[in-house]
Design a protein around this ligand. Structure first.
Ligand SMILES: Cc1cc2nc3c(=O)[nH]c(=O)nc-3n(C[C@H](O)[C@H](O)[C@H](O)COP(=O)(O)OP(=O)(O)OC[C@H]3O[C@@H](n4cnc5c(N)ncnc54)[C@H](O)[C@@H]3O)c2cc1C
Length: 431
């Protein structure tokens, strides 16, 4: 007999799970607090959700979605700056090719497209804001219940795993916004350093005291080829107030342009060309994430096991772009394992699946995020790796290789480990 699956929440992770499990023959019902059209047009994207290298390959294998017209990115033009406006000093400047391809597709579009295919193929979609009480009834009616309600929603059902949760408060205040008005030609961000290949490169400005500003090629649900900005303000920095003052797309643009004029003036003339996406009043987002790992198997009021996926299981600070990537990798592995097992999805089996996910991806993704957050535990790594990346693009490629495949970070425990990582990166490149 066909096993039935309930998926609560239809963000990119829930929608991907619905499509993947439906295609593997499960009888899937999605419960979402919004209709597919509302998910596309009435809310901001929950994040930029760039898929870097490996996760993009996993996603294409799982769904076939390539968004062929979308601008891809192949590297990261990176600068480290220090100081206040008028007295800035440049500390580092490097611009490696990743050695893989990354793509940022509007998560609202991804989720909407996937739900459409899921429904066309006979999947059930119910508009229902699921409560803890109704979750118990839903879990009783299905063989497998997956909770994909994001960082809020029903996440409190899953206790925080204190042993895996490093932070107790957000490490950055965020501003995300998408803009049109700028093409993706080879010299769109003219730079002093090395080759002008930034049309396909993300532009990542780190400020030693205040935070980070990233901008990269993006495919917006209405405007198509565009650029996505992400600002990361360290707690206490003056950027926090700048981001908090944003109330609409126009004030988001003003905040972004002012940030570049004041702190990253080399890129300001290009950033000034960015324009608001008029069709989308929800093209911006502010907020902050406390990076949190939960015990990914929870129990409903009558003791039925349910499993957390995506942000409900692990919430990442977005500095290393791990959230959607890790959620999609989790879904791919879970869909495969569920198809192999067929039925009898016990709490023990669900726990085993999450432990495997944590070992194979989640842990390393969380640690790579800490490196890019500048966590003091990774100070000795950053102190060697960033300057070595400045010296040699092969090391820069290995550094940003961690966005695609973070596993090597778990092997960086001593200075010698970092030296070996750098030497291996240099050796991997043909002379
Ligand atoms: C600024 C920013 C930038 C980011 N950049 C990247 C990046 O470059 N790369 C990357 O991989 N990740 C990135 N992320 C993370 C990524 O966007 C998220 O991990 C991903 O979108 C989460 O998807 P989700 O489906 O788990 O959750 P969500 O998108 O939050 O979806 C949850 C859904 O559940 C619904 N829901 C909630 N409660 C209920 C309920 N009770 N009943 C029914 N439905 C409910 C919600 O309405 C929502 O539709 C970024 C995040 C941020 C904030």
């Amino acid at each position: 007999m066909t096993s039935s699956v309930a998926i609560i929440g239809a963000g990119v992770v829930g929608a991907t799970a619905a499509l993947a499990l439906g295609e593997r023959g499960f009888d899937v019902t999605v419960y979402s607090d919004r209709t597919p059209d509302e998910l596309r047009d009435a809310v901001p994207a929950t994040g930029t959700a760039v898929l870097f290298g490996h996760s993009r390959d996993v996603d294409v294998d799982l769904t076939g979605d390539t968004y062929e017209e979308a601008p891809l990115s192949t590297g990261m033009a990176t600068r480290l700056t220090s100081g206040e406006p008028g007295e800035l000093s440049g500390l580092l400047d490097f611009d490696p090719e990743f050695g893989y391809v990354a793509s940022g597709i509007d998560v609202r579009l991804r989720a909407h497209d996937r739900l459409k295919r899921f429904i066309e193929r006979g999947g059930r979609f119910l508009v229902d804001a699921v409560s803890r009480e109704s979750l118990d009834t839903i879990a009783a009616q299905h063989d497998l219940t997956l909770v994909a309600t994001g960082k809020g929603g029903l996440s409190a059902l899953f206790p925080v795993d204190e042993s895996r949760t490093v932070y107790r408060s957000p490490q950055r205040h965020l501003l995300a916004a998408a803009f049109t008005g700028l093409g993706h030609g080879p010299d769109v961000f003219p730079r002093n350093a090395r080759t002008p290949r930034t049309g396909t490169h993300n532009v990542f400005n780190l400020h030693a005291e205040h935070g980070e500003a990233w901008i990269g090629p993006y495919w917006h649900k209405d405007a198509g080829a565009t650029w996505s900005f992400l600002g990361f303000a360290k707690p206490g920095s003056p950027w926090v107030e700048r981001f908090a003052a944003v109330t609409d797309p126009a004030s988001a643009r003003e905040a972004v342009v002012a940030l570049y004029r004041d702190y990253f003036p080399d890129d300001a003339p290009t950033v000034e060309q960015l324009q608001v996406i008029e069709q989308d009043p929800h093209s911006w987002l502010t907020g902050a994430v406390t990076p949190t790992v939960r015990s990914a198997v929870g129990f409903t009021s009558s003791g039925r096991p349910v499993a957390a996926i995506g942000d409900t299981a692990i919430a990442f600070d977005p500095i290393a772009g791990q959230g959607a990537q890790t959620g999609i990798i989790q879904v791919a592995a879970l869909a495969r394992a569920a198809a192999e097992r067929g039925s009898d999805f016990t709490a023990e089996w669900l726990r085993e699946q999450f432990e495997r996910h944590w070992t194979e991806r989640g842990h390393a993704a969380a640690e790579a995020t800490r490196l890019f957050l500048g966590d003091p535990d990774y100070g000795f790594v950053a102190a060697k790796l960033f300057p070595a990346a400045q010296e040699d693009d092969a090391v820069g490629a290995a550094l940003f290789g961690l966005l695609s495949e973070p596993a090597p970070i778990l092997g960086l425990r001593t200075d010698e480990d970092v030296d070996r990582f750098i030497a291996d990166a240099k050796a991997a490149v043909p002379a």
